[in-house]
Design a protein around this ligand. Structure first.
Ligand code: NDP
Length: 337
């Protein structure tokens, strides 16, 4: 069983030698378990947090342990009545070619309903994050303006497209010309702004003539600073991610900006609420699959995947994704179906 383990904890941006490719014996399913062959591995920004020791909303991956991750897999041997060899499932198999699981931790996938890889993207955790965070915390209303960054990624692209379906003006922020073009031409955003441009704050202001009512926070840092002066009274900020900060090993240089941020929250009566998508699963997973499934089938929500071949290439793809090298949902094809 080929697998990738955490070799050591990174300092700042992860390096390929923070990971190690290993060969281990093939595990055997016991009573109530299935053996899964990984087809697709999902690479997600949250994995950077799991590489650190210390307090967070989930336990870190131990040094020497297999890296965590969502997978789409095929059942190859079953000691559980619910699943048969050949069944496709959504699992949490980690960065490895084979894994064991119990059926209650798996969701069976119907390849006739949607391509199985979408269970890791637009119809999976990232799509659900967009849907739940936008609806519950963003409280979108027709005619309002929404801004989201990392906007060609699986979360951001879904946020913008759902906002448009609900009648909002959607402004996407992405890195580089190619991604910005995709925002307006492929994903239907009303405007796209390149955060790497020298005059990014001015361009963003021009793209939001009526201010900003919802800022779906994916990145933090300079993007947040550019959005802050544009926020309208009673604007909502679902705080979903801060990917620009995940590799930071020291605080940014001064001055301290927290008084300006707290001042804006107070005087403009902003709602700022962080969330981890799991808190909404019980309440919203079913409506999400139904509504988003229909939007994807009807072509009203589009998605993009960036597929890298071979488990051994996962570390490099992961490191690249944190800096924006991916264009769409980052997946690793571990085996052919
Ligand atoms: P993406 O596929 O969008 O990948 C991350 C993207 O972040 C990069 O492609 C890059 O896009 C952008 N980025 C990186 N550094 C910067 C920077 N300094 N400034 C601006 N943009 C930057 O990831 P996801 O769609 O999977 O995730 C998006 C966010 O959602 C992340 O913050 C993630 O942690 C969060 N998340 C939160 C969840 C929750 O439950 N709270 C669940 C799932 C995701 P570009 O080239 O356009 O700059």
């Amino acid at each position: 069983n080929r697998r990738i383990v955490l070799a050591k904890r990174p300092e700042g941006a992860p390096q390929t030698d923070d990971f190690r490719l290993e060969e281990a014996p093939l595990p055997e399913p016991r009573e109530g378990q299935v053996l899964l062959r990984t087809l697709f591995l999902s690479l997600d920004p949250y994995m950077r947090g799991r590489m650190n020791a210390g307090r967070s909303y989930a336990k870190p991956v131990e040094v020497g342990a297999v890296m965590e991750g969502g997978t789409v897999a095929e059942v190859v041997a079953s000691e559980a009545a619910e699943l048969q060899p050949g069944d496709l499932v959504l699992a949490h198999g980690g960065w490895q070619a084979f894994s064991l699981a119990r059926p209650e931790h798996l969701r069976r996938l119907d390849p006739d309903l949607a391509p199985p890889s979408t269970a890791l993207g637009v119809l999976g955790m990232p799509g659900f994050t967009a849907y739940s965070g936008l609806k519950v915390i963003g409280k979108p209303r027709e005619g309002e303006t929404l801004v989201v960054a990392a906007a060609t990624g699986p979360v951001g692209s879904a946020v913008g497209q759902i906002a448009r379906i609900l009648g909002l003006r959607a402004v996407g922020i992405a890195g580089g010309e190619r991604k910005c073009r995709a925002l307006t031409e492929e994903f239907g955003f009303d405007a796209a702004v390149d955060h790497r441009a020298d005059d990014f704050p001015e361009r963003l202001r021009a793209a939001c003539p009526d201010g900003v009512d919802i800022y779906f926070e994916n990145v933090g840092g300079p993007v947040l600073e550019a959005v802050l002066p544009l926020l309208n009274d009673h604007a909502r900020i679902p705080v979903c991610g801060l990917v620009s900060q995940y590799n930071a090993s020291s605080p940014p240089p001064g001055p301290d900006r927290s008084p300006a941020l707290m001042g804006a929250i107070l005087t403009r009566q902003l709602t700022v609420r962080g969330f981890i998508q799991t808190q909404f699963v019980d309440a919203l997973q079913e409506p999400f699959l139904k509504e988003m499934g229909a939007w994807v089938r009807e072509g009203r929500v589009r998605y993009r995947e960036d597929i890298v071949d071979g488990l051994e290439n996962a570390p490099e793809a992961f490191i690249g994704m944190l800096g924006g090298a991916n264009f769409g949902k980052q997946l690793v094809r571990v085996a052919e179906p």
